[in-house]
Design a binder for this molecule. Sequence first.
Ligand SMILES: C[S@@+](CC[C@H](N)C(=O)[O-])C[C@H]1O[C@@H](n2cnc3c(N)ncnc32)[C@H](O)[C@@H]1O
Length: 254
Amino acid sequence: MRRLLAGQIGAGVGVFALDLALNMAGGVGLEAVWLVLAQGSLAALISRLLGLGAGWMGVQFALPWAAWGALMLELPSWVFLLIFVVLFALYRNAGAERVPLYLSNAITCKALGEIIDAQTPGDDPHFADLGAGFGGTLIDLAKSRPHWHFVGIESAPLVAMVARVRVAMAGHDTNKGNVEIRYHDLWDADLGQFDVVYAFLSPAPMPRLLEKARAEMKPGSILISNSFWADGVAYDECLEVNDRRQTQLYTLKF
Ligand SMILES: C[S@@+](CC[C@H](N)C(=O)[O-])C[C@H]1O[C@@H](n2cnc3c(N)ncnc32)[C@H](O)[C@@H]1O
């Protein structure tokens, strides 16, 4: 994010200086279309020099055009506020937590189900999906496991709301309501309640999550992380799921 902003701000300063110099030299500045072209190109170049991947150059180039287009449309200002609120409600955790919203696929859910079925927990076993997204993983797993209680913890408001609606709509399938969505931060959850904890987050929170799991999870319980682990921390197994993205499920038994 910082490099994206640095690219646009750096380009803005450069384009402003160029326009000012042309104005002072000949009395005529650049037309808007050239300003936008210069802004996008320079921002793309700066962000590449700052080490962002090639794909981001396209984003940096397109941003000034999008901003210009939005100005041309003369939309009322509340539209931008509304777009911001919806995006925040969906992607709240992409900024500070550095965890975007993407979902476990059906093959991964099946592999998760096999891991759950291999456990021998006591009465009333509990499964947690930390950052439950739209709740699909839980609904899927709950279908054929009525004796398990599935808890999704999600802090993006719109995502949690959609998950709750989906769970309510799947009420019959999920065998008498053994799925629950809790709208709060995963860092406030007590992992000691759960026999299996699943997380599909990103590399950023993994060191902290593993520390939390080590401090709170009970003996015999298992942590499963989809795709991400922390450098230098041991795990018990890394299962390769036979899906298109060759998902890896890291497991650690306590
Ligand atoms: C990659 S998605 C995974 C969704 C779901 N677990 C699945 O496998 O389909 C990660 C989810 O974690 C949520 N999340 C990220 N940080 C969180 C936090 N601190 N507390 C609660 N939810 C969080 C995000 O909002 C997002 O919905």
